[in-house]
Design a protein around this ligand. Sequence first.
Ligand SMILES: *Cc1c(COP(=O)(O)O)cnc(C)c1O
Length: 425
Amino acid sequence: MKKNINTLCVQSGWKPKNGEPRVLPIYQSTTFKYSTSEEMGKLFDLEESGYFYTRLSNPTNDAVASKINDLEGGVGAILTSSGQAANFYSIFNICESGDHFISSNNIYGGTFNLFGVTMKKLGIECTFINPDWSDEEIEAAFRPNTKCFFGETISNPSCEVFDIERFAKMAHKHGVPLIVDNTFATPINCRPIEWGCDIVTHSTTKYMDGHATSVGGAIVDSGKFDWEAHAGKFPGLCTPDTSYHGITYTKTFGNKAYITKILSQLMRDFGSIPSPMNCFLLNLGLETLHLRMPRHCENALKVAEWLEANPKVSWVHYCGLKNDKYHELAQKYLPNGSCGVMAFGVKGDRNDAIKFMDNLEFIAIVTHVADVRTCVLHPASHTHRQLSDEQLKAAGISPDLIRLSVGVENVDDIIADLDQAMKKM
Ligand SMILES: *Cc1c(COP(=O)(O)O)cnc(C)c1O
């Protein structure tokens, strides 16, 4: 029976057998017992599937990965210890030293550093493009050694909407997959695979967990990209892996080649697994994701409209607003709402923005977004502090930008708090 996404949030993943716990158990165990050496050997040879070590797989983690896979409509998913690890693996799985990839410049600050600075140290070069450029200008960034294209459905923190279908077509024309970080939209509001995206990543730390309890990430494989058709570009998937019984991922695992390689090679070698306890908490969050997202969006739209009408506010970026630059794209990709996060500027300088935030009462200044509690952050003095003014500009962030993450409190109270802080400015 094909189920609605609301049902998948609640029911997908853990499927107890007779007499097993109704609620997903926390298998807080690093290892699993077998009676004979031969049985264990078969697991290592991939002849039989089963659990043996939690770095590779754990029943709690697997159930939650499987739920996220169902929500995104993929063929397989893996959880990571953070969103950073998810994005790193998603690229490193198909890029090695000497390779190149393309990314939107409108992405999370941590990912911007990872791609521009740290990956470079591994010999992997990233070209940042502005999604507003013409096709011609963007296509000029492709090189023979380009291996993928990356963007965020809704960018953090500037809230710009990524034209998934356009960039999927462009990536495919050049024989590479499109990877989309779907953290802010969540599969409730957008499922990038339906628009041609090949790989979806998440920082589950945000709405999926939703309560700010656990840092985590996820990677979902659509199973749709034809690696063999571009075998020369993807030797890691299409030629034997000497570190893994000499198997060729595409031959042995078919359309699950990409996600299986992440698990059996990257997870094996780098680690970065979430704890079963954190996966349990993530699952609790996922069970109400479909209830929370509409409320986040409803509250955020009211707050954005209030900000837009406020004379102390110089600008508001929220793709739900009718005259927002990205409203049209939002209507296409996010017809039921985008997310609770917006960006705005207050009139005055950097210090006025800081003063406004310090005046807030229950809306807290925290390095977080996308949980049930409304919060604010000033990227120029917090998350993006390490970037120069020029880099800030390149990442689409102005010095007066305040990132506001609207929670699920009563919206009148949220507006009242913003209002009293503005009045004290
Ligand atoms: C927070 C975030 C990340 C990084 O995730 P962590 O879980 O903090 O490691 C990546 N992408 C986006 C869009 C994010 O918002």
